[in-house]
Structure formats: structure tokens, C-alpha cells
Ligand binder design. Structure first.
Ligand SMILES: *Cc1c(COP(=O)(O)O)cnc(C)c1O
Length: 354
């Protein structure tokens, strides 16, 4: 059989063999203790069939062995614990990752580089596209440089999702993600995962989860699996909306610093188009002041202020309010799944009344 497409893999990933009278997507399994004698399922903190179903679906998309966690930060904590030696991480990456890195011997480098020598590094963590700046770095080149110094290379793939980018195929050892965002896609759960190229690394990550107890609830895991089924459809609409918004905002007098890695005019495009399979719905731009952002949000009927991204609804987040080192009027806009014409009309009208 020829390789299945993204949509088919999202819909069918992790589904059990059909058994008459059972649900298409197996129901969540709520259990602390199982009748003993099964090779995997004995105690709920160590393993759970609902996790295994989602891990099978995501692992297939990422191309490695997946371990799910209670949140993106729980997943990142497990990855950072693999670091022996210096930790190299993006200075423009997710703010809590930078906070967590303070307890390591850490060096922070902007995603757009230049990257230093990785001598003495135990772990290099990339975030590409970075959040919120949407800069991109070359995973293949940085993975070779890290491996040449004996360091592991991990990629925070939250913004891209496994449909947008497969870091393990580009040479990374580890993918880490907040599935709170586009992967689950409905802004109703927190979840994360780590996918490893090697079974040995995956076993260490799984052991970390068991020991630290950073386990997702079965119901949240099941909701994420349900959401994953429409990831292909959602990303397609979000990317269409982002492309249309990029064109509309490009020459708007109030807008500066517009970024979307999927636009040929974007500085990230040459590397992004080489290593990414497709683009998502997150754009960044800067309005002249906090007041202009507030007026824009008050005037828009479809864009709501929310500090997450990748969901069904179009959301905007003024990142400086959370301490990101960016201009006060910088907005991360996550295009949702609304109709393109409706979104364009609403956003243009809102900008024109501010
Ligand atoms: C949200 C986010 C995280 C943290 O994930 P949680 O699920 O909120 O714990 C990590 N990395 C990136 C890039 C994120 O956007």
C-alpha cells in the first residue's frame, strides 16, 4: 500500500481493531489498579491503554516512540532531565522553558542564530518556528553540529505540529510538544508529549513520567485523541486564513514586523520551506501601542484575547504582558477555523476603526 496521507493518518491513528459493539475510538480507561497478569497494565501511574492509543497515533506521525504527559511543561521537564553538561536553548523560545532552564548550566541563543560551538553541551533544545517571534533554524545542520560534540538534540515542535514538521526525520533525537495547542485543537485540555528516535531514550522518558507522576488523565488523553482526528482539516483552514491575513496586513499602515514563515517574503521562508511539510495558522505582527491593540481587540467581533494558540477560534495575545522581550504592541495572532472571508472582513474593519 502506498503511504497514507496526513488526513487518513490523523483519523485512523491509534484506533483499535474493529470489534462489533465497541466504540470506534475506544473509551477512556479509568483505572488505578488492574487485575494482575497483563504484561503492561498493572498500576495506573506506569501505563494505561488510553495513553497507549494516543501514543501510537502521535508516534506514527512523529516517526518515533511517543510518551504522553500531563502538559507541555511536564514533557519539557522530562527532556531537560536528560541533559548532562551544558544546556543550549533558544533565548526567544517559550518563556517557561527559559524559566525552567535557570536551574541548569544554560546558554541561551536566538533561534535565528548565530549558534555557538556545542562543545561541552549535553542537550541542545531548538524551538522552530519559535514562539512568539516565528524565527526558524536549520534542524538538520544543528543536529549534525550537536551530534559532533556528543550532545542530544531536541526540538519543541508545538507550533509546527507533526504534520508541519518531522524533526526526527531531519536528524533530531527528541521531539517535545505542548498538545494543549493545535494538536488537540479545541482549547479545552492541557497535554504534552515527547517522541524519541530511540527506544532507549523513550524508556528513560517513560521512567521519568512514572517516577515524577507527571501523568495525563485518561479523559484528557481521550479528548486529545478525538481532537487529533481533525488536525489535518483544522491546519489546512488555519493556514489558508493565515495566508489571507498576511496578504491583507502586509501593507496596512498600523502593522509592522509582520511574520509568517509560510510567506515567500518572510525571512524564515527559505529554511522553513525546505524543512517544513506545511505551515500553520500563527502570525506575529506589531501595532503601534498597547492602546491600539486594546482598541483593535475591542472592535473585533471574531478575534478574542487569549494566551494560547492553535485552537478552533482565532485568538490574539499581546506577548509583552507575559514578560516576553518583545515590543509592547506585538501581537501573536492564531488564525482559527472561521471562514476566511468573515475573518478578513472582521479584522480589516477592526483595524480601520482603531
Ligand atoms: C504552550 C507551550 C509550552 C508549554 O505547554 P503547556 O501545555 O502549557 O504546559 C511549551 N512550548 C511551547 C512552544 C508552547 O507554546
Amino acid at each position: 500500500m502506498t503511504a497514507l496521507g496526513d488526513g487518513t493518518r490523523c483519523v485512523h491513528g491509534g484506533m483499535a481493531d474493529p470489534v462489533p459493539g465497541t466504540p470506534l475510538l475506544a473509551s477512556p480507561v479509568f483505572a488505578t489498579a488492574y487485575h494482575l497478569g497483563h504484561p503492561s497494565y498493572g498500576y495506573g501511574r506506569a501505563d494505561n491503554p488510553t495513553w497507549r492509543a494516543l501514543e501510537s497515533a502521535i508516534g506514527d506521525l512523529d516517526g518515533g516512540e511517543c510518551v504522553v504527559f500531563s502538559s507541555g511543561m511536564a514533557a519539557i521537564s522530562a527532556v531537560l532531565e536528560l541533559c548532562t553538561g551544558k544546556l543550549v536553548l533558544p533565548s526567544d523560545g517559550y518563556y517557561l522553558t527559559r524559566t525552567l532552564a535557570q536551574s541548569f548550566d544554560a546558554v541561551a541563543v536566538p533561534t535565528a542564530g548565530p549558534w555557538p560551538s556545542f562543545a561541552g553541551a549535553g542537550l541542545v533544545l531548538l524551538e522552530t518556528p519559535s514562539n512568539p517571534g516565528l524565527d526558524v533554524c536549520d534542524i538538520t545542520a544543528l543536529a549534525s553540529a550537536a551530534h559532533a560534540e556528543g550532545a542530544l538534540l531536541a526540538v519543541d515542535n508545538t507550533t509546527a505540529t507533526p504534520l508541519g514538521q518531522r524533526p526526527l526525520e531531519l536528524g533530531a533525537d527528541i521531539v517535545v510538544s505542548s498538545d494543549t495547542k493545535a494538536l488537540s485543537g479545541h482549547s479545552d485540555i492541557l497535554l504534552g508529549h515527547v517522541t524519541c528516535a530511540s527506544a532507549d531514550l523513550a524508556a528513560r522518558i517513560r521512567q521519568h513520567r512514572t517516577v515524577h507522576g507527571s501523568i495525563p488523565g485518561p479523559f484528557e488523553t481521550w479528548l486529545a485523541h478525538r481532537g487529533l482526528g481533525t488536525l489535518d482539516l483544522r491546519l489546512a483552514r488555519q493556514a489558508t486564513n493565515a495566508a489571507a491575513l498576511y496578504s491583507a496586513l502586509q501593507d496596512h499602515p498600523l502593522v509592522s514586523g509582520l511574520r509568517w514563515p509560510g510567506a515567500p517574503a518572510d525571512p524564515a521562508y527559505p529554511v522553513a520551506s525546505r524543512q517544513m511539510r506545511r505551515f500553520g495558522g500563527v502570525l506575529t505582527f506589531t501595532l503601534p501601542s498597547i492602546e491600539v491593540v486594546d482598541r483593535f481587540l475591542a472592535a473585533s467581533k471574531l478575534v478574542t484575547a487569549a494566551t494560547s494558540f492553535g485552537g478552533l477560534h482565532t485568538t490574539a495575545d499581546r506577548r509583552a504582558q507575559w514578560g516576553d522581550p518583545v515590543p509592547p504592541g506585538l501581537v501573536r495572532l492564531s488564525a482559527g477555523c472561521e471562514d476566511t472571508d468573515d475573518l478578513l472582513t472582521d479584522i480589516q474593519a477592526a483595524l480601520n476603526t482603531t
